[in-house]
Design a protein around this ligand. Structure first.
Ligand code: FBP
Ligand code: MN
Length: 668
């Protein structure tokens, strides 16, 4: 009896679903066409995925890597022309595709037979364009076409089988373009289309923000990118917390900008007024040269006048002290975060100028703390309070920052499973034996994937909920994610910011890494550890990889980005100029196309101008790390599974039309 009822309920549900589907596909013909179209998509090669991480505000270098698709454009040129083009011409063509306007400026000045050059170049670009478009359906390519030239590009890249004199037809179009003076615009359009089609999807494995000065430009660019996802890094979460109005996050964001000579990101790019902080700092630290708070040298900061520099150092110190106070308040308010050992202001002895850290006493390098009231060192002074109030207001009301952070929330997450690969920024917190470490939040234990899920849920609440205790908790968890030893995006025992400013003993600056980082290096267990993680996130270790950012790979010291017997890749390697001295390179990126996975090593990037002039690619080395035994098609991807499901549903609809269960909707 029960079973019969279940079957009939299922039938009713299915009929209702098919009725809804029939609204969209009202006839046998419409359903059939869609099935054929979808089937065609399944049979196309899998699109190319491009993976970048730890961009840290280095906009120029980031744009360069995006433009060349980590060598993917060069590879298409090689595939298309093989030996029929010399290396010099290939390099020129590649540079033109990356920087069409800039390269054209140079060529138009130098080239004597310009029309000839246009003609040859247009032919070559169309050939490359055809090749990159061949992986997509015509409809997808059509959507990517620039409006002005859509019709003519479609004519040029789609073979006209029926035409007898194709050569003459194509030459005719190209000659007309040149004759009417549209070559430049058309070349630029073709180059941008190639850039667009070479990469189907982009993954950013966190840390877009901080250190370099171009984070806002990068965010604008990502918002216009055709297909992208982002796994939040600790720095991104810090900015998200700040945008939500979380005071400790705001103080950290400003401190880091001051440290890297990047206050312009806040003031000019986001229009956040820092005058209240500057005025306060100039007054309270008037007689203090704040020498410990000089700008970090990373070759990117603008040259400052002496007065500007002094002001910024004072602002830097002022916001650092505010940060330590606010963090102290937070640690006391949330004892569950277990961070009492980071309460250091109350361990300062102003008489002796010392501080006690983890049971040892150290001399402070700076003992001028005019705003600290020693009976209650975490309390903000009246003026500090006023400054913070203004800053919180400015962050919360910055329209551009809110737009960027909402994009991070919409297109991002703490981790992602995509086409069998697992992406996350930092780590999965572990015990020494490789088991997942249990982390207690509001009295409940979470580990592995559950820890990621609960943090992500709270991040969203922290940003979106209206003022409430739940929102405040979510906001505080964004700060927790930035700095707590149990945060999967931080993955270090402590953030030694206080020690790095105030103590000379280098051993106190050390931030011990989560056991995860040792375990993935350990030859005996690393593969097993990776397999466990992959399984924990619901994937199959047989054909999955972990893609990780966050920890600079020090190639100079012989470190490798490949861990766990090829199961895990750490692709942070230093877009960040600040780290290139230690890493020796400018980072790794991954390219995952239908033939397999490639790890690309990048050389430091000097400038777009140099890249255009010298035609440099900066892809130092392209290493095929996994060649697929069989080429992958859309049918083998996550999207392919969704498409297949749709085909199955449409076939049911077709059957329902044919066996009389449903009537075709002639009016539609
Ligand atoms: O080099 P700085 O400016 O002192 O920054 C160091 C701080 O940055 C961090 O490394 C975090 O940044 P990353 O996520 O880029 O590693 C902290 O662990 C550390 O305290
Ligand atoms: Mn990081």
């Amino acid at each position: 009896m029960g079973n019969t009822r279940k079957t009939s309920e299922r039938d009713t549900l299915q009929t209702r679903y098919l009725e809804v589907l029939s609204e969209m596909y009202p006839s046998i013909a419409a359903a059939s066409t869609e099935i054929i179209n979808l089937q065609a998509i399944l049979n196309l090669p899998k699109g190319t995925e491009h993976v970048l991480s730890d961009i840290h505000g280095e906009a120029e270098q980031f744009f360069h890597v995006l433009k060349n698709g980590s060598g993917a454009v060069r590879a298409k040129i090689d595939d298309e022309f093989g030996n029929s083009l010399c290396i010099r011409d290939k390099k020129q063509l590649a540079t033109l595709i990356y920087y069409p306007a800039e390269k054209l400026d140079l060529i138009e000045k130098e080239e004597e037979e310009l029309d000839d050059w246009y003609k040859i170049t247009l032919h070559r670009l169309i050939q490359v364009c055809k090749r990159v478009a061949s992986k997509y359906t015509r409809s997808k390519v059509r959507k990517a076409l620039p409006k002005d030239f859509a019709y003519v590009i479609e004519e040029l890249i789609n073979e006209k089988e029926e035409m007898t004199n194709k050569e003459a037809y194509y030459n005719g179009i190209i000659d007309t373009i040149i004759r009417i003076g549209r070559s430049r615009a058309f070349i630029i359009a073709l180059c941008e289309l190639i850039q667009r089609l070479v990469i189907d999807h982009l993954h950013i494995v966190g840390d877009i923000y901080d250190r370099g000065s171009g984070a806002a430009d990068i965010m604008d660019h990502l918002m216009n990118y055709h297909s992208v996802d982002i796994q939040w890094g600790n720095h991104d979460l810090l900015w998200m917390g700040a945008a939500s109005g979380q005071a400790a996050c705001i103080a950290n964001v400003i401190r880091i900008c001051a440290r890297y000579g990047n206050l312009a990101t806040l003031e000019d790019d986001y229009g956040i007024n820092l005058m209240p902080l500057a005025n306060f700092a100039l007054e309270v630290y008037a007689d203090d040269d704040c020498e410990l708070f000089h700008v970090q040298d990373h070759g990117d900061a603008d040259m400052l006048s002496r007065i500007e520099e002094q002001t910024e150092m004072k602002m830097h110190k002022a916001i650092s002290i505010i940060q330590f106070k606010l963090e102290g308040q937070l640690i006391k308010k949330r004892p569950g975060m277990l961070m009492e050992n980071r309460l250091l202001l109350d361990k300062i002895d102003p008489e002796t100028g010392t501080v006690e850290v983890d049971g040892r006493t150290y001399k402070l390098l700076d003992t001028k703390f005019p705003t600290i009231m020693w009976s209650d060192p975490y309390q903000l002074s009246k003026e500090e309070e006023k400054v913070m109030k203004r800053l919180i207001h400015n962050f919360k009301n910055c329209e551009k920052l809110q737009r960027h952070v909402q994009f991070l929330l919409k297109s991002g997450s703490l981790y992602l499973c995509y086409n069998n690969n697992l992406y996350y920024h930092g780590c999965v917190p572990m015990n020494e034996d490789g088991s997942f470490r249990e982390v207690y939040l509001q009295g409940k234990g979470y580990k592995g994937k559950a820890l990621y899920d609960v943090l992500e849920k709270n991040v969203r609440r922290g940003y979106y909920l209206p003022e409430s205790e739940e929102k405040a908790y979510g906001q505080d968890l964004m700060w927790f994610a930035w700095t707590n030893e149990n945060s999967p995006v931080f993955g270090k025992e402590k953030m030694a910011t206080f020690e790095r400013y105030f103590l000379g003993e280098k051993d106190t600056h050390e931030e011990r890494k989560d056991p995860y980082y040792r375990l993935i290096e350990d030859e005996n267990v690393s593969e097993m550890v990776c397999d466990n993680i992959i399984r924990e996130f619901g994937l199959n270790p047989k054909d999955s990889h972990i893609i990780n950012g966050h920890m600079p790979v020090k190639l100079k010291k012989g470190e490798s980005p490949v861990k766990g017997n090829g199961k895990l890749f750490i692709i942070d390697g230093g877009f960040s100029k600040a780290y290139q001295k230690t890493t020796g390179i400018a980072g790794y990126t991954l390219v995952y196309n239908s033939y397999g996975l490639k790890l690309v090593t990048h050389l430091p990037f000097e400038s777009a101008e140099k890249a255009v002039k010298e035609e440099t690619d900066i892809c130092e080395d392209i290493n095929v790390i996994e060649k697929l035994i069989e080429r992958k098609y859309v049918a083998d991807t996550d999207n392919g599974k969704v498409i297949q499901q749709k085909i199955d549903d449409l076939e049911l609809l077709l059957k329902a039309y044919r066996n009389g269960k449903l009537r075709e909707n002639a009016g539609k």
